[in-house]
Every structure is written in structure tokens, then in C-alpha cells.
Design a protein around this ligand. Structure first.
Ligand code: UT7
Length: 334
């Protein structure tokens, strides 16, 4: 394949980093805040605790910067050679003024340009496609992709249907031209906006600008019709994963890891069953972090990095607000 005379390179993930805040919000603590129980939360979601960035002066950029610093600590790379920083998030520091330029400046990536990407829980998945495309076209050599969300900033802690699910965190990966045959292989992405009101923050945008009325109605917090989201997520995550496996001739034996968005353990379990996968091949950490939105996939990579071997076949899958969803296939490069 050629693009404007340039040979298309394979783009690989060459480093991973992550950060979760120290403060733990346990199910037992939530029992004192809303009408719920540890038993209900664990059996319905698989979550035991989540991390919360309590400091009001620290925003999503803090999570992103810490995740990037963790990556840079491990990876021997000159920060001045980073070409692009993308932050996937639905909780930017500010509505206007993207978070990514601030993150890039804060980590000293002076030669990078930077922007945010919003595709909710699929943000990091879509971001990987963007980062891989820039690198494989030969246009840029080093793309730092960060998924970070301070979900606690948009959660209503009196709403038991959402406050039990979400947590704060950030994760980062570096995309570079692959030095071996491994890297980004394939993707299959979908979206459907007809059900956008099933998972949304209703006000504060151009449809319902902030007013006393929107504040009084609580329209600035995240709300979801959990059942609808759950139903879509279960069927669509397995549909796209089946498709990506089929067209890359992968089966439940040859795949090394499913890397699924961590929204609800029951959604992941249903996907695992539909694909007839051995649960030991499914990355999971929802127990400790809850749903960190754009950060779930890179935080999984961080937690499983030590287990990964060169050439391992990873299939990513995510589903989120919009609706947005998809699956991708990547072979691990280090
Ligand atoms: O990343 C993408 C974003 N989000 C998701 O993917 C989330 C998808 N949805 C879900 O994970 C699940 O729908 C929830 C975890 C949100 C809810 O679980 P569910 O099994 O779908 O519960 P439900 O909404 O069917 O509610 C069952 C009952 C209801 O009571 P009644 O009407 O049967 O009396 C709820 O009021 O459970 C009640 N309930 C709770 N009870 C204790 C809802 N939330 C709670 C709670 N504690 N926190």
C-alpha cells in the first residue's frame, strides 16, 4: 500500500502509562450516601471500589498529565520529539480551550500540536485509530494518546443509578512506527445518534445552554437509561468483535486477549460468553476503578503490560454514549 508515494508503515504501541487518584470510594461508603448496597453493586456491576480525584483544583488534565508522566518515566524518549498529543475525554477542563494543549505544554512537549477527541467511552478506541493512521501515513512519528476522565465532576452523588458506576482515571499510550511486524491491524467502528438521549449531559451545550432552569433541573450531570445502554452494549460489542475476528481469521484459541471497555462486568461477561472466550483471556479491572470512560482501555493495558508478549493478538472492544462503538485488532509490539 502507498499513500502519496509514501510506503504505509505499521503503527505500534511502544509504551503505556496510567494514573488513578489515591482516594478510594468504596461500595460501603456509597451505602452511606445513597440507597444501595455493596451486594447490589457487586452483583449488578462487578465493581468494588473506584478512585476519585477529590481536589477541586485538579481537573482531567491532572489525570492526563500524571498518566503521561508515568509513560515517559518508563520510556526512554525525548519529549521534544512528540509530534502530537490527543486527549480523549468527555470531561475537559474547560468547555472552550481544549485540554490536550495544556497537557502537552505541562509535560514539556513543546514541538507537539494537540487536540481533544470526544467519543465518550469509545474515545480511546477511536483515538487509537487516529493515532495509528497518522503514524502509518508517515506524517508523524510519535503520537501520544491519552484517555482521561474526571467522571466525579459530572456525577450526581444522589443518583444511585450513575454514582455507583463511574470513577476517575487516566491512561496513555505512545504510537510510533513499528520496528517489527506488529502493531495496528484492523478496526471496525460504528455509531448511531438516534438514541443519544439515552446517555448524556443534557445542558451546557448549544442545545440547552446553561441557565438557572437547567441548573435547577440537574441537567448538568450525566444521566443514562441504564437498561437501554446495557442492551445495546451487550449485543453491539459482541457483534463488532465477532466481525473483526472473522475478517482477521481469529478464533477463541488464537486470540490472546480481549481488551473490553469496563462499563459493567455483566456486559463483558455476556460478550465473553457470546464469543465463547476463556475468561482468562479477558482483561478486567473494573473491580478497582469502576467505569473511567476514556481511561478504561489504557488502564487495562497498564495493568496487564507485564503479561503481554511480543506478537500477542489483542482485540479491543468498546461501547459508549452517542452511541459510539467498535472493535479493533492490534498485535503487541514489545
Ligand atoms: O460505558 C457506557 C456507559 N454505561 C453503561 O454501559 C451502563 C449500562 N447499564 C448498566 O450497567 C446497568 O443498567 C446499571 C448498572 C446502570 C443498572 O443495572 P440493572 O441491572 O440494569 O438495574 P435496573 O436499572 O434494571 O434496576 C433494577 C432495580 C430497580 O428497582 P425496581 O424498579 O426493580 O424496584 C432500580 O431502582 O434496581 C434498582 N437500582 C438500585 N438498587 C440498589 C438501581 N440502581 C440501584 C443501586 N442500588 N445503585
Amino acid at each position: 500500500m502507498h499513500l502519496k508515494g509514501k510506503k504505509v508503515l505499521k503503527a505500534a504501541i511502544t509504551a503505556v502509562g496510567g494514573y488513578t487518584p489515591e482516594t478510594i470510594l468504596s461500595n460501603h461508603k456509597l451505602e452511606t450516601m445513597v440507597d444501595t448496597s455493596d451486594e447490589w453493586i457487586q452483583s449488578r456491576t462487578g465493581i468494588k471500589e473506584r478512585r476519585i480525584l477529590l481536589d477541586n483544583n485538579k481537573a482531567t488534565s491532572y489525570l492526563a498529565i500524571e498518566a503521561a508522566k508515568d509513560l515517559l518515566k518508563k520510556k526512554n524518549t525525548n519529549v521534544n520529539t512528540i509530534d502530537l498529543v490527543i486527549v480523549a475525554t468527555i470531561t475537559p477542563d474547560l468547555h472552550v480551550a481544549a485540554t490536550a494543549p495544556y497537557v502537552a505544554s505541562s509535560i514539556g512537549a513543546r514541538n507537539a500540536f494537540a487536540y481533544d477527541l470526544n467519543a465518550a467511552c469509545s474515545g480511546f478506541l477511536y483515538g487509537m485509530s487516529v493515532a495509528a493512521a497518522y503514524v502509518s501515513s508517515g506524517r508523524y512519528k510519535k503520537v501520544l494518546l491519552i484517555g482521561a476522565d474526571k467522571m466525579s465532576s459530572i456525577v450526581d452523588y444522589t443518583d444511585r443509578t450513575t454514582c455507583i458506576i463511574f470513577g476517575d482515571g487516566g491512561g496513555a499510550v505512545l504510537f510510533e512506527p513499528s520496528l517489527n511486524e506488529n502493531g495496528w491491524e484492523d478496526e471496525y467502528f460504528r455509531s448511531d445518534g438516534s438514541d443519544r438521549m439515552s446517555l448524556k449531559i443534557k445542558a451546557g451545550g448549544s442545545l440547552h445552554p446553561t441557565s438557572k432552569d437547567t441548573l435547577d433541573k440537574g441537567w448538568h450531570n450525566i444521566h443514562q437509561d441504564g437498561k437501554t445502554v446495557f442492551r445495546y452494549a451487550v449485543s453491539e460489542m459482541s457483534n463488532v468483535t465477532k466481525e473483526i475476528m472473522k475478517r482477521n481469521e481469529l478464533d477463541n484459541e488464537s486470540i490472546d486477549y480481549l481488551v473490553p471497555h469496563q462499563a459493567n462486568k455483566r456486559i463483558v461477561d455476556a460478550t465473553t460468553q457470546r464469543l465463547d472466550l476463556n475468561p482468562s483471556k479477558v482483561m478486567m479491572n473494573i473491580e478497582y476503578y469502576g467505569n473511567t470512560t476514556a481511561a478504561t482501555l489504557p488502564l487495562l493495558l497498564k495493568d496487564y503490560e507485564n503479561k503481554l508478549k511480543t506478537g500477542d493478538k489483542l482485540v479491543f472492544a468498546a461501547f459508549g454514549g452517542g452511541f459510539t462503538w467498535g472493535a479493533a485488532y492490534l498485535t503487541w509490539a514489545y
